[in-house]
Write a protein that binds this ligand. Structure first.
Ligand SMILES: [Zn+2]
Ligand SMILES: [Zn+2]
Ligand SMILES: [Zn+2]
Length: 447
């Protein structure tokens, strides 16, 4: 059969039998039916893929194959040195990098968790993972694992939830969210040149963070409903002393909290030299927590502590057993030098969780119990305060105190949400005792 050299308008030259050309075939390189080095080969099109070409493929070289061929070849990662077998087409279609570097394939001693995330390996709970070890997984694994943070809390998360999403111990995170607003405030106030007095007694009440020079005080919102009420009483009493007590609720979304604190500080006209961000606060928090644990500092040693440490110790103690807002009695329970018992204690009689879902539910309720002890335990060291000494009352309390039906009270509240005797806190309404008394005095008919 006679062969002819063709030259296309594209500039390529090729050889083919005379009859195929007459059937309308054009340049085979332009339709990728043949490989022309420098035009449609892998080496020239995708040098960053060709760089991983393995010698196992010899004598085939990357300048001899079509750049998007479906034929599989060996690759030797130029970063980690591991080999894998794949077609260029798949690599291109899925934008795949070396599976060992990405962590979808395990090479023990090279890309297992002990190598890539040694700090996480330390939190692997050796007792609760049925003999599984961190060198059996890569950072991308979806394996659900039990972890134990260095403060002794145990919790469960998938490996990738920790490595990719940065999820952390639930209890530590919850504590951090309570502390975050105050840590931001302290940093901000420090930067503006104001020093806090921590745990100062002011007319028989302990004030957590007082800046007397500017007439401001800051506290995290207390945990139990009862303690919250007492905190409102304290707020009212301080107001009479010319001090505004700002009660800071737990951070729901840390970046948003940073903005809220910024707005708050601006409202009070306090200007920081450098505005704190979330990283500052997080570092402050965990560094302080570490120091507290390492040095096993007790409340009586408060004098030697900086503001953050005092604050955090208070906070941790408050969680262990909240005392009343006004007169905090020194907490007998010591901050454990050993990790505290952790939250992984299934209550007696309750069966051990069997699977990931049960574990997760269990962790959730345990972390709530840890953080809000008196919600679930019914053990509260809050001293009962007689209703008539309280500043604000819940609706049932007010009903009992004023001898008005709860339904009637709620009708009144509905009628005027913004009445001066009402105070709203987190969607809950309280009735200011004195002002409501005054209101009642002026009303003859409540119906
Ligand atoms: Zn061509
Ligand atoms: Zn690699
Ligand atoms: Zn923890």
């Amino acid at each position: 059969m006679k062969k002819i050299i063709w030259k296309g308008p594209c500039g390529h030259e090729w050889v083919s039998p005379i009859h195929t050309r007459s059937l309308g075939h054009g340049c085979p390189y332009c339709v990728n039916e043949a490989v022309l080095p420098g035009f449609n080969d892998l080496a020239s099109r995708y040098p960053d893929i060709a760089i991983n070409w393995s010698n196992r493929n010899l004598p085939v070289t990357p300048d001899r194959i079509y750049y998007r061929t479906q034929k599989k070849y060996w690759w030797r990662c130029h970063i980690c040195g591991n080999e894998y077998y794949r077609s260029p087409e798949i690599i291109l279609r899925y934008q795949l990098n070396c599976p060992y570097c990405v962590g979808t394939k395990l090479a023990k001693g090279m890309n297992d968790l002990t190598i890539t995330h040694p700090e996480l390996t330390k939190e692997w709970d050796d007792e609760k993972n049925d003999g599984l070890t961190p060198d059996m997984y890569t950072k991308s694994s979806k394996k659900y694992i039990r972890w134990k943070c260095k403060y002794g809390h145990t919790f469960g998360l998938q490996i990738r939830e920790r490595t990719k999403l940065g999820k952390n111990c639930f209890v530590c995170e919850a504590e951090y969210k309570v502390a975050l607003p105050l840590f931001l405030v302290i940093r901000w106030m420090n930067s503006a040149g104001h020093k806090a007095m921590v745990g100062t007694k002011l007319c028989e009440m302990q004030v957590e963070n007082l800046y007397e020079d500017v007439g401001l005080a800051f506290e995290h919102e207390y945990f139990s409903q009862q303690a919250k009420m007492l905190q409102l009483d304290k707020q009212a009493a301080l107001r009479e002393k010319g001090i505004h007590l700002e009660i800071l609720p737990k951070a729901k979304d840390p970046p948003e909290t940073v903005m809220q604190i910024k707005a708050l500080m601006e409202k009070y006209g306090i200007q920081a030299q450098d505005e704190p961000d979330e990283n500052n606060a997080r570092e402050d928090f965990f560094r302080t927590k570490d120091r507290l644990l390492r040095e096993n500092i007790q409340e009586r040693e408060m004098d030697t502590m900086n503001e953050e440490m005092k604050l955090l110790l208070k906070l941790l103690l408050a969680q262990e057993g909240e005392t009343e807002a006004g007169q905090r009695t020194p907490n007998k329970k010591k901050l454990a030098p050993e990790p505290v018992s952790g939250i992984d204690y299934p209550p007696e009689g309750k069966p051990q969780p069997r699977n990931e879902k049960e574990y997760r539910d269990n962790d959730f309720s345990n972390s709530r119990r840890e953080l809000y002890p008196d919600h679930t335990n019914n053990v509260s060291s809050v001293k009962a305060v007689p209703i008539w000494e309280k500043y604000a009352l819940t609706v049932p309390e007010a009903a009992a105190y004023f001898h008005i039906g709860e339904t009637r009270l709620r009708k009144l509240i509905k009628k005027d949400h913004y009445a001066n005797y009402l105070i709203w806190n987190g969607g809950r309404v309280f009735i200011k005792r004195k002002l409501f008394e005054e209101y009642l005095d002026g009303e003859n008919d409540l119906s």
